[in-house]
Write a protein that binds this ligand. Structure first.
Ligand code: ATP
Length: 253
């Protein structure tokens, strides 16, 4: 059981786009000092859920509760930087909130990317860019970090390093962390709780519980090269859970 205070709680969230149900009856809580990882196939509703938690999207049903005064640092899945207009990391870190330079430098040091300060954002490697995005998020001094696939485009070695870094930041600062990942194997070691969604919550629990479960083995048992395979939740297995596991369809309105 998580020992930290609850930071954010989603209660029975259902989100529909027109007649199409993206997520149905999804509940989750993230506490201080824990890492919760959301996994699920493409189109499972992970980003939709994050958007609702970030209050960028109003749920069709259900509610989001946040701790009073909660500050969230968000690392988006994609960020398009204009390739024509060079922008240094130093300047990038002052958007949208301008923090004093020493704070920006300290955030970059925290994520091991201080050397990039004067570099153009467009010239960074995938791993460096993810670290800079992380620095920008922690500059807000958040209680909760929300990371939508934080290692996208980063090689295997870099992914492991980034997850270790995220975990270290959690230990140092006591953030609550909610992240989306496709690569369960690598993220496992650094995660306190895994929630598998495919329109609804399929399974959840501590990584060891999940990884020992028949559901998990049916899904991941055959993967011998962690991190190299993209996770696909095929749903060609059975769960112990009693609810329906088919993805939501437009008829589920
Ligand atoms: N603004 C929108 N309008 C209509 N449908 C949407 C909208 N946003 C998301 N959807 C649909 O909701 C479903 C869930 O999408 P979402 O992006 O949340 O999935 P995801 O799990 O984050 O996928 P991925 O792993 O590919 O990023 C998809 O079927 C998607 O097409």
């Amino acid at each position: 059981m998580p020992s930290g205070e609850p930071l954010i709680h989603a209660e029975n969230l259902t989100i529909k786009f027109g007649g199409k149900t993206a997520i149905q009856d999804v509940s989750l809580t993230v506490h201080k000092n824990e890492i919760v990882t959301l996994i699920g196939p493409n189109g499972a509703g992970k980003s939709t859920l994050l958007r609702a938690l970030l209050q960028a999207l109003k749920p069709t049903q259900g509610e989001v509760w946040r701790k009073h005064g909660l500050v969230i640092g968000y690392v988006p899945q994609r960020l398009n930087i204009d390739p024509i207009m060079p922008m240094t990391v130093e300047r990038f870190l002052s958007i949208p909130d301008k923090r004093p330079l020493p704070e920006r430098e300290a955030a970059l040091k925290d994520v091991g990317a201080h050397h990039t300060l004067k570099q153009a954002v467009q010239s960074l490697s995938g791993g460096e860019f993810q670290r800079v995005l992380l620095a920008r998020a922690i500059l807000r001094k958040p209680d909760l970090l929300v990371l939508d696939e934080p290692v996208q485009g980063v090689d295997f070695q870099g992914q492991t390093e980034l997850y270790k870094l995220i975990s270290r930041l959690k230990e140092q600062v006591g953030f609550g962390i909610l992240m989306v990942s496709h690569d369960l194997h690598i993220v496992m070691a650094e995660t306190d709780r895994v929630i598998c969604i495919n329109g609804h919550v399929c399974c959840s629990g501590a990584p060891t519980q999940v990884s020992d479960s028949p559901e998990y083995l049916a899904l991941f048992g055959g993967q011998t090269k962690p991190g190299l395979a993209v996770y696909h939740h095929l749903h060609d297995h059975s769960h112990d859970c009693e609810h329906d596991h088919s993805p939501p369809t437009s008829s589920e309105t």
